[in-house]
Design a binder for this molecule. Structure first.
Ligand SMILES: [Zn+2]
Ligand SMILES: [Zn+2]
Ligand SMILES: [Zn+2]
Length: 327
């Protein structure tokens, strides 16, 4: 029997439909045909595309560099920022997409999220954190979200390993909904809902996959995607940018552990991960807890999902945890 499950943070419903359940071996990801050749790669430093690029931001670390995205979704604001919306067509609301959009690029073309050595992944998180702190100073920026796309089906047509950081003048819809829900939960229970999730997952263990000194990773109870996993700092911490170097090392350990497991369970698995952290306008929060959501992209949304916002997940999160542990 399919089961409705509620996201305890946002209140959103999902359907876990075991009848349609698939095992990892039922998903076969064909090798990508549209891989960019190294000679034409815009991110390789020896390429023509790199040499003619004017958007190189800075040489921030030994193995990584940062550029502004060639087609930015949000752009730096040089005029006085306006915090308000303006009416469009005398009716709708709009405002300029102020912010920033950077690409954090590993120098080595041949690596991937799966094969990236841990020290290099730590370096990547350090660069992301440094850029995050820099972007925070920009006037008009309300929230910042670092993301990573892995595989062409997950929106990464360029094979060269890179992360992206989006800074925008509005709070992301998803983070806004989590904030509201977490504040409500805190009002009723007096504790952070994420801290409670961690406590619960460590107790029941059915979805828990791995933990180290600083983080846990588990599949998500109300998962929207097969094998969706959440990484959360064990100690209450609302802001990603406050992580110490040692904690970033620990983060690289847990991220590389889980993405390698996913790639073992389903070879060439496309996935995204994103960091959900406190909007920059807020100072430390007792009820919001930063985290990383990792979503494999092996399912598609149909009309019902789009129409209702109620997502049907074809893999039970407890089974998914089992597959990942065994992989
Ligand atoms: Zn390249
Ligand atoms: Zn917490
Ligand atoms: Zn989240």
């Amino acid at each position: 029997m399919p089961q409705l499950r509620q996201n305890i943070i946002t209140g959103d419903w999902v359907v876990i439909a075991p009848e349609r359940a698939k095992r990892p071996q039922d998903f076969i990801i064909p090798p990508s045909v549209k891989v960019t050749k190294k000679e034409n790669c815009p991110f390789c430093q020896e390429s023509e595309a790199y040499r003619t690029n004017e958007k190189i931001r800075q040489q921030v670390s030994k193995n990584i560099y940062v550029i502004q995205n060639k087609f930015p979704a949000f752009v730096e604001n040089n005029e006085k920022p306006s915090r308000s919306f303006y009416p469009e067509e005398g009716f709708y609301r709009a405002r300029s997409a102020i912010g920033d959009h950077e690409v954090v690029i590993l120098k080595k073309h041949e690596l991937s999220l799966i094969t990236m050595p841990k020290p290099l992944m730590t370096e990547m998180f350090e660069v992301i954190q440094a850029r995050y702190i820099k972007m925070k100073e920009q006037e008009g920026v309300a929230s910042i979200m670092p993301i990573y796309n892995h595989g062409p089906e997950a929106g990464a047509p360029i094979e060269h390993p890179h992360a992206q950081i989006f800074a925008s003048g509005v709070v992301a819809n998803t983070v806004g909904r989590e904030l509201e829900g977490a504040e409500r939960y805190f009002g009723i229970n007096g504790v952070c809902v994420f801290c409670d999730i961690i406590k619960h997952e460590r107790k029941v263990k059915t979805r828990l996959i791995y933990e180290n000194e600083d983080y846990i990773v588990s599949t998500f109870y109300a998962a929207r995607f097969p094998m969706e996993c959440w990484i959360m700092p064990k100690k209450h911490q609302s802001q990603f940018e406050n992580c110490q170097k040692k904690e970033l090392e620990s983060l690289a350990d847990v991220v590389s552990f889980i993405v390698r497991k996913m790639d073992k369970a389903i070879p060439r698995i496309p996935l995204n991960f994103f960091i959900h952290t406190l909007p920059v306008a807020l100072e430390n929060s007792a009820y919001y807890h930063w985290h990383i959501e990792i979503v494999p992209r092996i399912s598609n949304y149909g009309g019902y999902e789009l129409g209702s916002g109620v997502i049907i997940d074809i893999m039970n999160p407890e089974d998914a945890a089992g597959y990942l542990k065994k992989a």
